[in-house]
Design a protein around this ligand. Structure first.
Ligand SMILES: [Zn+2]
Length: 437
């Protein structure tokens, strides 16, 4: 189906390296950027179904959320002021054990609504009940890379792996907006036989991996005790790094882990979760310059928001604070890494150039929270809120227009409230998995 064409007229474009080009006419057509021409030299011969005057606005590529459990927006604020083991074992796993498909659908839709509101055009999601996640993705129009979670420690992991393989095979050609990673939960929840099987399945299906690695110091200690290697060394045993790996966290990576990872090992750093759960100053804060990384939000049960710009902001602030040096983590670097998230996908997004998918954000910085600004990237990184996101576009489709979500949020919020009440009424169940148990 042909999509409508849009002209973003007289926009200031901010590129992935933070450079700015003013007075540009950007045309989209059939979901892609059809042309970018200087406003002054545009002869007006190109037509568009819709013209948006961007003479007061900035346009960037969409923001990527590189690690999320989007459905967990339904748990936002449910597990506060706890340590990681309490968070998992006493709160999240017991509540998740009683989650219904409708909870996953509504929670995912809710998380996507928050993301679109914040200019997110693509999310790397890691969750179970993937049919519901996929349904929410399709119903909202966001771009998504799904990793259906596999817990290798579960006795029926072989059945689960077969189910995930069938699901991906069934849906891999569904939409140009959806692609897949193989999603073992983590090194510490997948014993050797299971992890070997999962990595082999990924190789057989030509899928990259998305998993949690070295998020807490305790996970590294346990891997060393059990297997004599770090989580990265453990994954190396299965040839995992022969595949592109999307490694969530890596907070406790060590210098000697660098020998295992490859150029296409991408880290999704989620500092708000580490701050919230008190995860400590891991090696990532010393090694980040040697790593290929971007930002994720993790689930809203630990981060309370799903805005990657906020995560980049917190990383810069934490880094400067821990380094005792305000010169580190410069703004343009943070922006480059934020935009670098697109490279973890096969979508070809993340470029402001002709032919690239039209996944775009229009920023209005003429607002009290961002005025006066001297450089737009500084304003976005350090001052912006969702209110500054005037428009979010995925593959040429406008999902947030004139500062308002296009989807019916009233109905969504009512459904979310009902799901939340039912969830509390059902209470906690018996978890099938345990954290470091
Ligand atoms: Zn996670």
């Amino acid at each position: 189906m042909k999509k409508g064409s849009v002209l973003l007229k007289c926009a200031a474009l901010i590129f992935g390296d933070g450079s700015v080009r003013t007075r540009q006419n950007l045309y989209t057509e059939d979901g892609r950027i059809a042309a970018i021409v200087d406003t002054d030299s545009d002869d007006g011969s190109r037509q568009a179904d819709e013209v948006i005057d961007c003479s007061r606005y900035f346009v960037t590529c969409g923001i990527v959320n590189l690690h999320a459990h989007t459905a967990m927006n339904i748990f936002k604020g449910i597990a506060e002021d706890v340590k990681p083991d309490q968070w998992f074992n006493d709160m999240i796993f017991p509540y998740e054990s009683k989650m219904t498909p409708q909870d996953v659908y509504i929670g995912t839709k809710l998380g996507i609504a928050e993301m679109i509101n914040n200019g997110v055009t693509a999310v790397a999601d890691h969750y179970f009940m993937e049919e519901e996640v996929l349904r929410a993705v399709k119903d909202t129009g966001i771009r998504a890379d799904l990793a259906p979670t596999v817990f290798g420690a579960s006795p029926d992991y072989r059945d689960r792996l077969a189910q995930v393989r069938a699901f991906i095979t069934e849906h891999e050609k569904d939409s140009e907006l959806v692609e897949f990673h193989m999603g073992p939960h983590a090194d510490y929840t997948c014993p050797p036989q299971a992890m070997g099987d999962i990595v082999d399945a990924a190789k057989a299906m030509d899928l990259p991996l998305h998993l949690h690695l070295a998020e807490e110091e305790a996970q590294v200690k346990i891997a060393l005790e059990k297997y004599g290697v770090t989580p990265f060394g453990y994954m190396e045993r299965f040839g995992a790094f022969d595949l592109p790996v999307l490694a969530a966290h890596g907070l406790w990576i060590r210098e000697d882990d660098l020998k295992y990872i490859k150029d296409d090992t991408m880290f999704a750093f989620c500092p708000k979760t580490y701050m919230k759960l008190g995860s400590g100053r891991g090696g990532f804060f010393d090694l980040y310059d040697k790593l290929n990384y971007s930002f994720g939000t993790d689930g809203a049960a630990s981060s309370n928001t799903v805005n990657p710009v906020e995560q980049a902001r917190l990383f810069a602030l934490l880094g400067k604070f821990l380094d005792d040096d305000g010169r580190t983590h410069p703004t343009e670097d943070m922006w480059k890494h934020l935009m670098n998230g697109h490279r973890a996908f096969r979508f070809g997004t993340g470029y402001l150039r002709e032919g690239a998918p039209a996944d775009l954000v229009i920023w209005d910085l003429n607002m009290p929270d961002t005025m006066a600004y001297y450089h737009p990237v500084t304003a976005i990184l350090y001052s912006s809120t969702s209110a500054n996101v005037r428009c979010t576009m995925v593959a040429g489709e406008i999902l947030k227009r004139d500062g308002k979500l296009v989807m019916d949020t009233e109905e969504l919020l009512r459904e979310a409230s009902e799901a939340q009440q039912a969830l509390i009424a059902r209470g906690k169940g018996k978890a099938n998995v345990g954290y470091l148990r």
